[in-house]
Write a protein that binds this ligand. Structure first.
Ligand code: HEM
Ligand SMILES: *[C@@H]1O[C@H](CO)[C@@H](O)[C@H](O)[C@H]1NC(C)=O
Length: 356
């Protein structure tokens, strides 16, 4: 199943952007630039002071202190990453997305997007807690929340990137991973700005803030209204399920939503409307399968989008118009990825060049 999907997906990608081959990726990969030292400041009393000051500087402009020669006797320098430095991080992630042929459908893109979404989707607009500012899923209990099962693979994938570009915060890196995943899987451009600060374990959010796939429209509204989204935005966000698959050892559910799980399209909406869906007969949690091929799936939460009249109107709009879906998806992803982040006023957003 996985390999058949992959062949289809690769053909789709090739025809979607014929002007680009795999060659530039290799060039980018080898051209990884280094403007920094990978050494953290040593723990002498003076450098602790500098480190604290650097923390303050990060809030304002994303500055990063380092020792030029990795030696504690060298003078500390300040490094303020710019657009091209974040583009270099983007390129590093993009060049590695398909490095593991036996991983799922051949790309780490879907699981990276799920990491970015689960980091952001804990936001609570009433208390201002949660959201992408903090990367608190590094710590238990949040890493052990049922909804986050399997995301260690995405965090581990990004660890060498963090080691190569130590000036980026985990919170900015995880979101950059999500942006990169969407763009490299041929989705729309996702404007991005850095400025997220990592928090410690005290910033972990309580369990239960992310949606439960086995529930319906009332639950979806409870969860997404809490983050500050409306019905149209809920439906636009769910279109991400064109990508990736469910894993019995993670959520318990099984299978992909579409035939091209590493290319973003509006197929999720089309399939919801056009296929006949029936309960899958199996020992796992209740889920739907398509009657025709029995190879695709829908969660009860996905099916709620065509069972609820107001949601269904948006499903119909996005099924009929991929450009509208891309436009609304980009806007709502930018909003999702910035929930709870206190960006300094006037921080500009950047659009990264794609490799694919
Ligand atoms: C509407 C409520 C949602 C529910 C109930 C839900 C539930 C799930 C479940 C159960 C899985 C399978 C996890 C696994 O077994 O590996 C999954 C995967 C995924 N979800 Fe959602 N999700 C929702 C919304 C979203 C949103 C808003 C996004 C992104 C914008 C998203 C992106 C993804 C992606 C990309 C995967 C595939 C991960 C992979 O292939 O490893 N989901 N989701
Ligand atoms: C590649 O993917 C396979 C299958 O999921 C996994 O078992 C393996 O650990 C991955 N390899 C690396 C180097 O991450």
């Amino acid at each position: 199943m996985a390999s058949a999907t992959r062949t289809f997906t690769r053909a789709l990608r090739t025809s979607a952007r014929p002007a680009f081959s795999a060659a530039p990726r290799v060039a980018f990969r080898q051209g990884g630039r280094r403007f920094y030292s990978s050494e953290a400041p040593s723990k002498t009393s003076s450098s602790v002071g500098i480190w604290a000051a650097a923390g303050g500087a990060l809030v304002a402009g994303g500055a990063y202190w380092f020792y030029q020669n990795g030696s504690s006797s060298a003078t500390p320098k300040v490094f303020t990453p710019k657009f091209e430095d974040y583009q270099a991080v983007y390129n590093e992630i993009a060049s590695r997305l398909e490095e593991n042929d036996s991983w799922d459908d051949g790309s780490y893109g879907p699981v990276l997007l799920r990491l970015a979404w689960h980091a952001s989707g804990t936001y609570d607009k009433e208390t201002g807690t949660g959201g992408s500012n903090g990367a608190t899923m590094r710590f238990a209990p949040e890493s052990d929340h049922g909804a986050n099962a399997g995301l260690k693979a995405a965090r581990d994938f990004l660890e060498p990137v963090k080691a190569k570009f130590p000036w980026i915060t985990y919170s900015d890196l995880w979101i950059l991973g999500g942006v990169c995943a969407i763009q490299e899987m041929l989705g729309p451009q996702i404007p991005y700005r850095p400025g997220r600060q990592d928090k410690d374990v005290a910033g972990c959010t309580p369990d239960g803030r992310l949606p439960d796939g086995s529930r319906g429209h009332d639950h979806l509204r409870d969860i997404f209204y809490r983050m500050g989204f409306n019905d149209q935005e809920i439906v636009a966000l769910a279109g991400a399920h064109a990508l990736g698959r469910c894993h019995p050892d993670r959520s318990g559910f099984s299978g992909p939503w579409t035939f091209s799980p590493t290319v973003l399209t509006n197929d999720y909406y089309k399939l919801l409307l056009e296929e006949k869906w029936q309960w899958k007969k199996w020992n796992g949690p209740k889920q739907y399968e398509d009657k025709k091929t029995k190879s695709l799936m829908m969660l009860p939460a996905d099916m709620a989008l065509v069972q609820d009249k107001k949601f269904k109107e948006w499903v119909q709009k996005y099924a009929a118009d991929n450009d509208l879906f891309f436009k609304d998806f980009s806007a709502v992803i930018v909003k999702l990825f910035e929930l709870g982040v206190p960006f300094p006023e006037g921080t500009e957003r950047w659009v990264f060049k794609t490799l694919q």
